[in-house]
Design a protein around this ligand. Structure first.
Ligand code: NAD
Ligand code: IPM
Ligand code: MN
Length: 360
């Protein structure tokens, strides 16, 4: 298997966690005789500093010529006073748009060894396994018009969806649910917003093509509560861009740390892989970052781009095994007895060593 991967590590803890994810991919390639080629490019704050723009043309062109793009994180406090179009985050949004992936898969899984890490009761999170399908190219993030009219002390953004945009992401959700527990929960605000009424009507129509899958609708406010009360009752959750951004961070509570969550964006020209967390300026450069979200993101590269399902599962099994042996990064170790606290690199090393022996 041959795969060209562009690594855009970005800012803050981005380079720390992507290094570990790349080490895991290289090890999988060595063990299985695969030819994975890696190149690197700048995005975000580091690209602003080097080239005055958060997404240099060279990065975009290399990305478009790759089989997969693996991103760390972008953003930093020093850019907070810039307008949205100049910030590091604008580079990521432009990259997402150019690569064209519209379905951002964000699994949230209650790892048994981490039950104690969730502030929720173990019996509430035990067995939770949710796949968020976040629409990634529409809604408030990209809708026009958008502006801040300073003179008028007024600002606006536009939440806009076309029916086609909803159909294509809904289909991804139903396809994935068909291969899982056959339930889709669609989240909207159809009691208030026209755009959500279009969303709900469209998802309901798409559902008719998937009679084997149960569809339920939830309002986003109620959903944010149900998610914490009964996380086990969800299988696939499909929702628009901003609601998906918010709910997927909330779902980190089920797992115990935002540092555990991976993502893959599919459906476009080139798949984009990024852990759900950001650049974490509060812990950057200290070796404290949890690399498991990035490593699980590497597993999604294996699953969705390399089509190496077995290998994807062995990475996930290695994560489970390392957690079960009591290894933790600082975010997962607080207040716990009998665990061994590792740095970012040491955690990556544990995964590599576990991968080398057959894991069951
Ligand atoms: P964040 O996700 O960076 O951090 C939130 C909290 O979670 C922090 O306390 C952080 O220390 C912790 N955390 C995050 N990842 C962790 C990890 N791997 N291991 C251990 N702890 C971890 O969110 P924020 O602080 O709101 O945002 C910081 C910057 O990151 C902002 O500029 C934001 O725009 C950007 N951001 C980027 C992405 C991305 O590039 N995909 C995603 C989210 C936020
Ligand atoms: C995420 C992030 C991004 C988003 C930002 C950094 C643009 O929060 O990937 O969850 O809002 O999509
Ligand atoms: Mn987010």
């Amino acid at each position: 298997m041959k795969l060209k991967v562009l690594v855009v590590a970005g800012d803050g803890i981005g380079p720390e966690v992507t290094s570990e994810a790349v080490r895991v991919l290289k090890s999988v390639a060595d063990l299985g005789g695969h030819d994975f080629q890696f190149s690197e490019a700048l995005i975000g704050g580091v690209a602003i500093k080097a080239h005055g723009t958060p997404l240099p043309d060279a990065t975009l062109n290399t990305a478009l010529g790759s089989d997969a793009v693996l991103l760390g994180a972008v953003g930093g406090n020093e850019f907070n006073s810039l307008t949205p179009d100049k910030r590091p985050e604008a580079g990521l949004l432009k990259l997402r748009q150019a690569l064209g992936g519209f379905a951002n898969l964000r699994p949230s899984f209650a790892w048994p060894a981490l039950a104690v890490n969730s502030p929720l009761k173990a019996e509430v999170v035990d067995g939770a396994d949710i796949l968020f399908v976040r629409e990634l190219l529409g809604g408030l993030y990209f809708g026009e018009p958008r502006a801040w009219d300073r003179a008028a002390n007024s600002a606006w953004n536009t939440m806009r969806y076309t029916k086609d945009e909803v159909v294509r992401v809904a289909k991804v959700a139903f396809e994935l649910a068909s291969a899982r527990r056959k339930k889709v929960t669609s989240v909207d605000k159809a009691n208030v917003l026209e755009v959500s009424q279009l969303w709900r009507a469209t998802v309901t129509e798409v559902a008719k093509e998937y009679p084997q899958v149960t569809l339920e609708h939830q309002y986003v406010d109620a959903m944010s509560m149900h998610l914490m009360n009964t996380p086990r009752s969800y299988d696939v959750v499909v929702t628009e861009n901003l609601f998906g951004d918010i709910l997927s961070d909330e779902a980190a509570v089920i797992t115990g740390s935002l540092g555990m969550l991976p993502s893959a964006t599919i459906g476009g020209k080139v798949n984009l892989y990024e852990p759900v967390h950001g650049s974490a300026p509060d812990i950057a450069g200290k070796g404290l970052a949890n690399p498991l979200g990035a490593i699980l993101t590497a597993a999604m590269v294996l699953r969705h781009s390399a089509k190496l399902e077995q290998e994807a599962q062995s990475v996930e099994t290695a994560v489970r095994s390392v957690l079960e042996q009591g290894y933790r990064t600082a975010d997962l170790a607080r207040g716990q007895q009998g665990v061994q606290t590792l740095s970012t690199q040491q955690m990556g090393q544990q995964i590599l060593e576990t991968l080398k022996v057959p894991v069951g």
